[in-house]
Write a protein that binds this ligand. Sequence first.
Ligand code: ZN
Length: 109
Amino acid sequence: MLTLQCPYCGVDAEETELHAEGEAHLKRFGPGSSDDDFETYLFMRENPKGVHFERWRHSNGCGKFFHAARSTTTLEVFGTYSAQTYEPPQDIKDKITAKYPGWSWREFA
Ligand SMILES: [Zn+2]
């Protein structure tokens, strides 16, 4: 079972206490954007085999949203952090790079 530590209340929460909210770091486009940008925002999602950044909610706890970096193949969790960031903290990116040399952060569209 997947266990994530809520970065707000510090609880190690099992998957059943959490609610998956999809991909993290989505760049949002509103009604004034181009059709292509809006379509990408609505429908296009990553589905990687390996490192993935997800948005979670501690629904049966503090109720706050946070982000998690983990591997979709091994369920290894590299860390959790505030959802109010544009990219993962450097220490989490360093952990991922140590495990997957050559990996690099990219901006999400
Ligand atoms: Zn919490």
